[in-house]
Write a protein that binds this ligand. Structure first.
Ligand SMILES: Cc1cc2nc3c(=O)[nH]c(=O)nc-3n(C[C@H](O)[C@H](O)[C@H](O)COP(=O)(O)OP(=O)(O)OC[C@H]3O[C@@H](n4cnc5c(N)ncnc54)[C@H](O)[C@@H]3O)c2cc1C
Length: 451
């Protein structure tokens, strides 16, 4: 994503929009869906948003336009969801059908994880993981390989066992892991390029309770020999740092009660100290919005995310960047980024380090690679962030760092393509379902297609 795309406003394409005429369509609506992403750093290039409430309305919408992109809860930080012509919001697609025997839930792609969690938990079921906040749509999260943490936890898309989507010709297609194997693995992290996913079938498991504890001031030197042990000290572990003073300010450990997670935690952990009050990942911020800590037992959906469903984690005045490196080179990568600390820290709220298990999803950032994700929550200082990003990317290039598809980065297809062994197959798959490029946008051209 170049600076021009990053900073552009919807006015840039206003002329093109005015020249576009739209057919009557029952699902057509406008002005109710904000025209920026969640963070406000990206203005979408169209005011035309379909809001279908059924599969047939999605089909009508897809058939009625030459170009279109699916839109979930708008939590991506770049132009991945953008279209110059129209978007299809999935927010009215929120039905849930639980199959307790098969241990699956088939859900409308627009449902938010936090809403789904309440429904599942009430029926005695749970998901394997969640992202840092529960406000993200299932369809949007899976399309971009959104993840939580955990040495044995794949990203959220790894829970998908089948997808149903409307392809460019308006037909409804289904791909499942059982029946379609490899092609399914290519389609799940689809970046919105194969069609509009209407339903996602997710593997579920019996509900579980968890606790959360936080340790403070973990020296980076402990990571050199103990990174896997530290990351494996709980079901899901996050390490937070501001890159100063050679240490991680906080280590959040989320433990499952059915795996011994209610036991009293030791006061010391790799030379870090157990926190005795609830903390926010960013020092000095109120912890009110954060999920409970201090080893208090609670349901999985109120411990796996860092933030509660009924709170916004911050004002939204932030940008995010994330790079995925092979886990076994994680410590080296941390030290490489640390050399840039004086350029990074002034523009940073916080960095988070998470572990993601390897998977087989072609376009996943953890494809065939147990990964350490190095995440940056930036202040909304676009120019400064765009200045420092190439420096971070250069430092991480020797580790084959893959950028998070939905966050801010400057790498283009020439740099990204070699990092994805199945990218040619993915391009072929998009051709199969979208031969005329209905779902292609500038982002896909710049980051996925051949130069
Ligand atoms: C505060 C905050 C915290 C975050 N935390 C995490 C985190 O912990 N881990 C992480 O990995 N990421 C995280 N993210 C990033 C976020 O998970 C991704 O941006 C994700 O794609 C957001 O989903 P969405 O529904 O908002 O997608 P959108 O931004 O609406 O769309 C993203 C992409 O998905 C496609 N898409 C959406 N719905 C569909 C559909 N039904 N069919 C086909 N394509 C579709 C769009 O076309 C687009 O390409 C965070 C973002 C924010 C703002």
């Amino acid at each position: 994503m170049d600076k021009r795309e990053f900073l552009k406003g919807s006015a840039a394409t206003a002329a093109a929009m005015m020249a576009t005429t739209f057919p009557e369509c029952a699902a057509f609506a406008d002005e109710t869906i904000p025209r920026t992403n969640w963070s406000g750093n990206y203005h979408y290039s169209t005011n035309k948003v379909f809001q279908p409430a059924s599969i047939s309305e999605v089909q009508d919408a897809v058939r009625s336009v030459a170009r279109v992109r699916a839109l979930g809860t708008r939590h991506s930080f770049n132009g991945i969801a953008d279209s110059r012509i129209a978007q299809i919001s999935t927010l009215k697609l929120t039905d849930v059908t639980l199959d307790p025997k098969a241990r699956t839930a088939t859900v409308g792609a627009g449902i938010r994880y936090g809403d789904l969690a309440l429904i599942l938990d009430a029926k005695g079921f749970a998901l394997h993981n969640m992202a840092s906040l529960p406000h993200i749509s299932v369809g949007g999260a899976c399309a971009t390989a959104t993840h939580g943490s955990g040495m044995r936890n794949g990203n959220l898309a790894t829970a998908v066992t089948a997808i149903q989507f409307v392809a460019a010709d308006g037909t409804v297609r289904t791909l499942s892991r059982d029946k379609d194997g490899d092609r399914f693995a290519g389609a799940v992290v689809g970046l919105g390029a194969l069609g509009v996913v209407t339903h996602v079938t997710l593997a579920v498991q019996p509900r579980y309770d968890m606790t959360q504890i936080v340790y403070q001031n973990l020296p980076f030197s402990e990571l050199e020999h103990h990174l896997a042990d530290i990351m494996g000290a709980g079901y899901s572990v996050s390490i937070f740092t501001d890159w100063q003073n050679g240490r991680a300010g906080e280590v959040w450990i989320k433990r499952r009660v059915d795996q011994g997670g209610a036991s009293t935690p030791p006061a010391r952990f790799y030379n870090a100290t157990l926190a005795t009050e609830k903390l926010h990942p960013i020092p000095g911020h109120s912890a009110e919005a954060c999920t409970d800590q201090l080893n208090i037992v609670g349901p999985w959906y109120e411990r796996l995310p860092h933030f509660k469903m009924n709170f916004t984690p911050s004002s939204g005045q932030e940008l995010q960047t994330e790079f995925f490196v092979p886990f076994d080179r994680g410590y080296e990568a941390i030290r490489a980024v640390e050399t840039l600390r004086d350029s990074i820290t002034p523009h940073l709220y916080i960095t988070e380090l998470r572990a993601i298990a390897a998977d087989d999803l072609w376009m996943s950032m953890a494809y065939r690679r147990p990964s350490l994700a190095v995440h940056f929550t930036w202040k909304l200082e676009s120019d400064a962030v765009m200045h420092v990003l190439p420096q971070i990317e250069a430092k991480l290039a020797p580790y084959g760092a893959r950028p998070h598809w939905a966050k801010v980065f400057t790498m283009d297809t020439r740099e990204i393509a070699p990092l994805y062994p199945r990218i040619q197959d993915f391009r072929a798959l998009t051709q199969e379902f979208d031969s005329k490029g209905k779902f292609r946008n500038r982002y896909i051209r710049d980051h996925v297609e051949t130069d």
